[in-house]
Ligand binder design. Structure first.
Ligand SMILES: [Zn+2]
Length: 132
């Protein structure tokens, strides 16, 4: 079955929440405390612990345009449209990160392709230490 670009992108977007769930499950298992929604913050991070002062943005590699990543490949049709769209997502991500940093948060960005890697586990252990 041939899918239109729009349908394909919608599928990618739905899957985009899977990395978030993986990050949550992992941190929860380590005893790291966080909230998923943070009322009152201008830019909503995916996970936040106000008391400890950190926030996590979980990025799907395609949708957020992870440079140099195998999971980020533009479709062969409508390439310009998607390039611009993803550039806009990237700009929004940067803005969000800066806003949170201005509010005093340490912001960690977790890319989908990093989940389960040593770098990711290291972050988890660091956050678990702060939680104690
Ligand atoms: Zn990636």
């Amino acid at each position: 079955v041939a899918l239109t670009i729009h349908e394909r992108m919608r599928r990618v977007r739905q899957r985009d929440t899977a990395p978030e769930l993986a990050v949550r499950r992992y941190l929860h298992g380590l005893g790291v405390r966080y909230r998923v929604c943070a009322p009152g913050l201008p830019s909503r991070p995916d996970l936040v612990n106000r008391r400890a002062g950190w926030a996590i943005l979980v990025h799907g590699c395609y949708w957020h345009g992870h440079r140099g990543c195998a999971l980020y490949r533009l479709p062969k049709t409508n390439t310009r449209f998607w390039r611009e769209k993803i550039a806009a997502n990237r700009a929004r991500d940067n803005r969000k990160k800066r806003e949170l940093e201005r509010l005093g948060f340490t912001v960690h960005v977790v890319w989908q392709c990093e989940i389960g890697t040593p770098k990711f586990r290291q972050l988890g252990r660091r956050l678990a230490r702060w939680a104690k």
